[in-house]
Design a protein around this ligand. Structure first.
Ligand SMILES: [Zn+2]
Length: 130
């Protein structure tokens, strides 16, 4: 576990998963649909029977870009950074920051494995999942 991981606040299954090296997403027990973001009810059937599922750790790069100019003061310290959006094999998309200068590597590498995905998601300051 890195010091960055240790300093994170937990309390959500998503953040606890990241701390444990796993990307998690919500899934409906009633219809099986994965949920975009965090939901109180299934976006497909309306059921409140949602559970957290561990992703396999495999994903496909959906979009990648090198950010050299921070959009806000909160990101200024991080720039330049590589922003990666990847679609988990299970369906949900996640966004994260990869090592600066790795944009071309992600463009060539369309399929990412758990370690690359975790490195990108763990570096993201907002750690949002969609
Ligand atoms: Zn459902």
């Amino acid at each position: 576990m890195t010091s960055q991981t240790n300093s994170r606040q937990t309390g959500s299954p998503y953040l606890e998963g990241l701390a444990a090296g796993v990307v998690r997403y919500q899934c409906c027990d009633h219809c099986g649909a994965w949920q975009p973001g965090v939901r109180l009810a299934c976006h497909t059937c309306g059921s409140a029977a949602l559970r957290w599922q561990d992703a396999s750790g495999h994903a496909t790069v959906y979009a990648v870009t090198e950010v050299t100019r921070a959009p806000t003061d909160a990101f200024r310290e991080l720039a330049p950074y590589t922003l990666v959006v990847a679609a988990l094999d299970e369906g949900p998309r996640v966004m994260g920051h990869a090592e600066p200068g790795t944009c071309q590597e992600f463009r060539v590498l369309r399929s990412v494995k758990r370690s690359q995905l975790m490195a990108a998601v763990n570096r993201s300051p907002n750690r949002m999942a969609n």
